[in-house]
Design a protein around this ligand. Sequence first.
Ligand code: ADP
Length: 625
Amino acid sequence: MTGKKIKFFSSIHFKIALVFTLTLVVTLELIGAVFIRQLERSSLASFRQQITLPAYVNDALVQQLEGESGGSKINSDIHTVLTAVNNSSITDIEVIDAKGIIRGVSDINNQSVVGQKTTDANLRAALSNSKYSKNPIEKKGNKRYQVIVKPLVTSTDGNSTVVGVVKVTANLEAVYDSLQQISTLYFSATLLAIALGIVMSLIISRALTKPISEISERTTRIARGDYSGEIIIRSRDEIGELGKNVNLLAERIEETTNSTEFERRRLDMVLGHMTDGVIATDRRGMINIINSSALNFLGIESLNEGDQRSIIQVLKIEEEYSLRELLEDTGEITLDFSTQERPLILKAYVNLLQRSSGFISGLVVVLHDVTEQERINEERRQFVSNVSHELRTPLTSVKSYIDALQDGALEDQTVAHSFLTVAQNETTRMIHMINDLLELSRMDQGRMKLNMEFVNVGELFNYILNRFDMIISSDDKPEKTYSIVRDITTAPVWAELDTSKFTQVIDNIMNNAIKYSPDGSEIVVSMHENEHHVILSITDQGLGIPKKDLTHVFDRFFRVDKARSRAQGGSGLGLAISKEIIEQFHGRIWAESVEGKGSTFYIALPFEPDFEAEDWDEGAWDDEA
Ligand code: ADP
């Protein structure tokens, strides 16, 4: 898949050049062979033409031989005829008579053979009218000679008679030399042509293969994911078409890759922004997708690519489930991932990842944080158990008093009276508690009716505190005495609240301050404002609240000391109701305390800085209070 460099000898570039060159060589060789052969033939033919004796010489020879009687006169006449032949190409002319006797030789140096019988079989065959070769090539030493054998014939009355044979011999070396020269020239030209052919074929095949190399390079780059650069189309042939298609292909792949990439990023975004954890696995249960919420829930830093982690292992359910069980029995699993720092209960919803063919390609597990839900459920359970418990104690005591009365205590007037008082107190307490519970339930359901109005908080606060002062100064003194020290701003501060509910809250905190303080102690109340809030505080000198319980005192049924609180008639719901009310006013309530020294309860309420005093109806709360 990578762009491995192709060796020159394996390349198409080389192969095309090789085929081209071989074709050229074979063609030139064939043409050369035929041409040389043809040239040789035609050269020899024209040479033969050139050395053929003119007809009158033949005729003269026939005349001499016809009338011959074997005298030497004829021989000298023949010699005269032969020497008259003026042809420089001819080496020798030899004439034999019908008996095969050599009668004349043109070569002066060879006159001794005249009169001798010829040894040449071919000549004798020509004489006897049997098969002979007309133009044989003879070799003497290393020289070649063209021979023309011509029977000398007379014809009388239509009968022809061979009277002799003339043999012309001519040296062929000049012809062969020129043939040799031509072939040498041809050979050099061929070599040059081949050399040029190789160069040209290399150039042409380069031109052919270059676009292919470009296409190959481009496809390699595409495979690497680099879609840049375009193949330049230089020709309109098949390769040009291929280049065009590759360009088109690259465009399509880029588009597809981009859209896949976009889809992937979108999926990542969706998964990344989900508060639920999502894990997807392959068939073997190995995780291939996990979002940040899931990583967070499971306390995993990150899953690098190639990190093979099994879902079973990551969810820490190896002991309860095998992968097979998980695949077969999809549904919900509750997982406890609580640590010392934080509680964490997860619901894992396991689903199969199925293709349309039904093939199971993995699992998708959605992790949902149900800690809060579980906490609420737990609180609810706790609440029901608390209510039952709270009611059972007074009911049991009422029942036991009634039983005692029935068993005879009724007879004793004083005992009966005190028993009935206890029963009455307990019942009153239960009614109080049930009323408190009903009020809380109304708040929970959002059914609490509030009469919201703008109130001068300082005045209302003073008004409520005045009532507490009056309780001690009245003739009917309470069991416990106390004094209230006020530090309240005189400037009017307006806040929107429901006066009766506000009064209920202050009453509750004041009652607690008195309840949980020793007799005759001081209660310091203050009211100040900061930029946005008016802050009220009530500080007692009581037994205080342990640090760990400071936030819990606002929980339903919470009591620091259950027995004592209950003995003092507390239901443990007062502060819980107060908190709900203050939150309805968009305020905040909290407590600070030093154990054994006392506690401070704070209320912060948002105030209205621009409120006009005329809008306020002064005696508004008198009737309600
Ligand atoms: P209760 O009816 O029991 O007083 P509250 O909801 O009013 O119920 O108070 C819850 C608990 O908070 C009390 O039982 C008590 O233990 C503690 N608490 C409230 N106010 C004070 C205080 N001023 N000093 C000490 N403890 C207090």
